[in-house]
Design a protein around this ligand. Structure first.
Ligand SMILES: Nc1ncnc2c1ncn2[C@@H]1O[C@H](COP(=O)(O)OP(=O)(O)O)[C@@H](O)[C@H]1O
Ligand SMILES: [Mg+2]
Length: 350
């Protein structure tokens, strides 16, 4: 996948941006607060995934602007495509190849990207929810049906929780919960097997084969991945009393996690900062490579301010590994060779 041109005006601080990208490395250089991350955020939002900064649509309009105008042309493995996103006084017009879609999330599945930010470190060092979100996005990008099943599960879960809160019976939700939950667990198991293989290889190369990274899917429901309906049901009923007491569903795929270990020791609890950074990098690189392999089309790579965080060994490794992907890199200085753009006060010049 290659982004050819980006035209943008009024998205956050971006003003009359009109640029043509190189199919290889693109470097966006500028001081702080000039609009580098805003540009990557705009592209990310155009992939149909919520802003990585957690910003909502309402905050996208530039402070002194009355409309957002965006047009992105890109080529996927078979054709040229056009995405547009215009917003004026809260009225949005979003199109894919001339066909209107009701909201940004409906763009999902068109332009595909993987974004690396310094926050990726929290992927390995913080709560399971971030690792689940990583898994869910990774799988959704290659399996369109996954997001729909997940959405269904979350709706059923919310209804079941509501029933628990008012001490009402849950059995009408249980069948559906078990069915969708099992489905999701199978998807996750399959993905993590592939992820583990890729990440092990990548981590080995980054670390000079000094340590071995292992990734395992930690299912909250299934032991040894025998997908039995009976077992799921028993797990639920054994927590029934506590569930009514707490008013929430205690067992299920919404409590799954990924276990990352280096030579058998938990990355989260024992790894050094450098080892954590390499592990996070290995996860993200794996995500990109799996997406490329599974869809036959390499995603666009967005690197927001990550090069300065890496030592030269990791930096060189990352850039070498990303050859073959179109890459957009933001940084405060011209750190690598590539088509270079200057970012200043929301303007971007070639
Ligand atoms: N809705 C908005 N309208 C105008 N400016 C905004 C908006 N949201 C954020 N900004 C500004 O964008 C700047 C940050 O841009 P950013 O792309 O993160 O900078 P950097 O070049 O350091 O990556 C800040 O000065 C911030 O105030
Ligand atoms: Mg930035």
């Amino acid at each position: 996948m290659i982004i050819k041109t980006i035209t943008a005006d009024g998205f956050k601080n971006l003003k009359s941006v009109d640029i043509e990208l190189s199919p290889g490395l693109n470097l966006f250089v500028g001081e702080n607060a000039q609009g580098k991350t805003n540009l990557l955020e705009l592209l990310w939002v155009m992939t149909g995934v919520r802003s990585f900064r957690g910003a909502s649509d309402k905050n996208f309009l530039g402070f002194d602007r009355d409309c957002i105008k965006t047009l992105i042309t890109y080529r996927d493995f078979e054709r040229d495509c056009i995405l547009t996103y215009d917003s004026k006084k809260g009225e949005k017009l979003i199109t894919v190849n001339g066909v209107q879609v009701p909201r940004l999330s409906k763009l999902f599945g068109n332009l595909r990207a993987v974004i690396f930010t310094p926050d990726d470190l929290s992927l390995v060092s913080s709560e399971p929810s971030l690792r689940r979100a990583f898994l869910d996005l990774s799988i959704s990008q290659i399996k369109p049906g996954y997001a729909a099943v997940l959405h269904r599960y979350n709706k059923i879960l919310a209804q079941r929780n509501a029933a628990l809160k008012i001490q009402s019976r849950t059995d009408i939700w249980d069948e559906q919960l078990i069915k969708t939950g099992t489905h999701i667990s199978i998807y996750r198991k399959t993905y993590v097997e592939i992820l583990s293989r890729y990440a092990k290889k990548i981590y080995g190369e980054i670390s000079g084969e000094r340590e071995t990274l292992n990734i395992e899917y930690s299912s909250n429901v299934f032991k040894n991945f025998e997908y039995s309906h009976e077992h799921y049901k028993n797990r639920l009923s054994s927590h029934s009393e506590a569930e009514f007491r707490l008013g929430t569903t205690l067992v299920g795929i919404h409590r799954d996690d990924l276990n990352l270990t280096l030579d058998g020791l938990s990355v989260r609890d024992f790894a050094s900062q450098g080892q954590k950074r390499s592990s996070a990098l290995a996860l993200k690189l794996s995500q990109a490579k799996i997406l490329a392999a599974e869809t036959g089309d390499a995603p666009v790579i967005l690197l927001d301010d990550v090069l300065s965080e890496l030592d030269s060994r990791r930096k060189n490794f990352l850039l070498r590994d990303l050859e073959g992907f179109q890459t957009l890199i933001t940084s405060c200085e011209r750190a690598v060779a590539g088509k270079t753009f200057t970012v200043k006060d929301g303007y971007i010049y070639a």
